[in-house]
Design a protein around this ligand. Structure first.
Ligand SMILES: Nc1ncnc2c1ncn2[C@@H]1O[C@H](COP(=O)(O)OP(=O)(O)OP(=O)(O)O)[C@@H](O)[C@H]1O
Length: 584
């Protein structure tokens, strides 16, 4: 139960509802005890009438009516209270589930990119859905059934014992066996359902990948092979489901068998005691009802024990993530406005997971409002410079300052709010184009959205779609071309009017003419914005105030376009080649 203790903080928030739920459960159980006693009384009355002890029919009728009224009244009350009990405890467990999901989601958002590299998305999804659901079973149903069971035992067993001690003993003998049997079976059911779940998630992964990559599968004529792979997993999944069904099929027959045994004990031992005059005949139906009332709670002992064990295991997995200290922390509670002067001083950076040193002693400065272009071969560290500026990773060596302050000392929210980042692989949500652009500025007006799209040279493309800005993208919508995606992503960054704009090779999929148009628009609308353009093309870099050429994490050339052309190095060669390509 150590892991589950973490939930106590959440429980505290709903303590009054929970205490209310417990009291209502106890009351509901007490009222449900009226039925067996009054059924016993009715049978005794009828027995007395049959044996001639009662002769007054009117008296018998009114007595029966009174007893039946008691039964109806108490049963209705017990039913009403059971409803309130579920409303309180189960509803609280849904609130707790919601709180726990939010807690995990909030933590996920705080965790760094490094965390996401180390953990698979499927695992993150599982912990926030499957595991949280299992913990909810502990927070709601197990608590409710446990209280129910304890109250019922505390009241029914003494009552049985005082009414007929020997009969009580014989009746109760099969019940512990039932508890153990249910425990064993439900443990087996859980083991097998976990396997079924695993196969189901394999099936989902295979089908999802197949559907996402349907164009590649068709182009390479791999449909048959993919189907075979699917069929193999589907067959294994079917086998696991049959295994599960086999054990599940044992659950109810076993319960019926053990209840049957208890019932036979009541009738056999009870019948003998009635003949010997130890108990009256009404005790037999009274006990039969008790046995049936106790069966489910007894079975629940095994079931709940299992549920708690599973919740403990799930909470352990959730705690593993909740206990991770986010690698990137906000160390500055005060607001820190950003102007945009960027200075890298001897910055070196190694990615933890690959151990690749992506940047080696990199130093440069970009005054606020100026433009820097970074060129270099693939893998030379260009994107890393941008990621470090947004504090997606923290550096160990050197310093990165904005407006003279080390970025770690800036308020993290303000820093990120000041940055408009267009990543290499533009990610667009399955939503309208309008909302995808407004993602950069939630309260953007229609006019702002259109202006941003015009500046990103994508307005015309958008208006050509029948639904214009309301066109839905992604799975249920249209697929944009690579270049259109990049430009929508640029519109999203510039609508934010940030102090710093970071473009990671985001003009690679547009033709040079459109590239020129976007760059000149950017120059106009972002004249006070510090801009860093990462590119493979000289055309994107040539007008920058400063150009860096990176090679294997080091700066090998640095200067203006003219400086670097004169230097006759990598940049000059690239420039010449690209000029030649243009002429071809
Ligand atoms: N998240 C990461 N985890 C581990 N290693 C990484 C990560 N991102 C990049 N690297 C490694 O760091 C080095 C620099 O990568 P980076 O993406 O900065 O290069 P780049 O110059 O932007 O390349 P490209 O032009 O192909 O985009 C590469 O060797 C890359 O494999």
């Amino acid at each position: 139960m150590k892991e589950l203790q973490k939930l106590n903080k959440l429980f505290a928030k709903y303590k009054w509802q929970l205490i209310g739920g417990i009291l209502v459960t106890i009351a509901a159980r007490l009222f449900s005890l009226v039925l067996p006693q009054y059924v016993g009384k009715i049978i005794n009355l009828l027995n007395d009438y049959g044996s001639g002890k009662i002769t007054d029919k009117e008296f018998l009728r009114s007595e029966l009516l009174i007893n039946i009224a008691w039964i109806i009244g108490a049963t209705l009350l017990a039913a009403g209270l059971t409803f309130v009990m579920r409303q309180l405890i189960i509803v609280v467990s849904r609130h707790l589930e919601y709180d726990l999901k939010n807690l995990v989601y909030e933590q996920y958002q705080k965790l760094s990119l490094g965390f996401y590299k180390q953990n698979r998305t499927g695992d993150l999804m599982n912990r926030i859905s499957e595991d949280v659901s299992k913990v909810r079973m502990y927070m709601g149903p197990s608590i409710m059934y446990s209280i129910n069971m304890i109250t019922l035992f505390a009241v029914v067993i003494p009552r049985m014992y005082f009414t007929a001690p020997t009969l009580a003993l014989y009746t109760l003998i099969p019940l512990p066996f039932l508890a153990v049997a249910i425990y064993v079976i439900s443990r087996e059911i859980n083991k097998r359902s976990t396997l079924v779940q695993q196969y189901l998630s394999n099936l989902n992964t295979v089908s999802q990948e197949a559907f996402s990559g349907i164009s590649v599968i068709k182009a390479y004529n791999l449909s048959g092979q993919m189907f075979q792979q699917f069929e193999e997993i589907a067959n294994e999944s079917k086998a696991k489901n049959i295994d599960l069904a086999r054990v599940q099929a044992l659950f109810f027959p076993l319960m019926v068998l053990l209840i049957g045994l208890s019932n036979i004990m009541v009738i056999y031992i009870g019948g003998k005691q009635v003949i010997d005059g130890v108990i009256d005949v009404g005790t037999i139906p009274e006990f039969l009802i008790y046995v049936n009332m106790l069966t489910w709670p007894v079975a629940v002992v095994g079931w709940v024990t299992n549920m708690i064990q599973q919740a403990e295991a799930s909470q352990k997995r959730i705690n593993e993530f909740l206990d991770i200290e986010p690698a990137i922390q906000n160390l500055q509670p005060q607001r820190s406005p950003v102007k945009g002067n960027i200075k890298f001083d001897q910055v070196s950076f190694t990615y933890d997971d690959t151990n690749i040193t992506a940047l080696k002693e990199v130093s440069f400065e970009v005054p606020a409002g100026k433009t820097l272009a970074i060129l270099g071969k693939t893998g030379s560290g260009k994107s890393t410079v941008l990621e470090l500026l947004g504090r997606l990773y923290d550096i160990e060596k050197g310093s990165i300052k904005i407006d003279g302050t080390p970025i770690k000392e800036l308020n993290l929210e303000d820093l990120r709010a000041a940055i408009g980042y267009v990543p290499q692989d533009a990610f667009l949500f399955s939503d309208s184009i309008k909302n995808n652009i407004a993602f950069g500025k939630v309260d953007a007006t229609e006019e702002e959205i259109i202006t941003a799209a015009k500046n990103a040279a994508v307005h015309k493309n958008i208006t050509n779609f029948t639904k214009g800005y309301d066109t839905v993208l992604g799975e249920r919508g249209i697929t944009l071309s690579g270049g259109q995606k990049q430009r929508v992503s640029i519109a999203r960054a510039i609508i934010k009017k940030p102090q710093i704009l970071l473009f990671d090779d985001c003009l690679s999929a547009v033709d040079t003419e459109t590239e020129e148009k976007i760059l000149s628009n950017l120059k106009r609308v972002t004249k006070d914005t510090t801009t860093i353009i990462v590119s493979h093309r000289v055309s994107s870099a040539k007008n920058a105030d400063l150009i860096l050429v990176l090679d294997d994490g080091r700066i090998i050339e640095k200067g203006t376009h003219q400086d670097l052309v004169n230097a006759q190095g990598y940049y000059a060669e690239l420039f010449e080649n690209q000029m030649l390509e243009k002429q071809d």
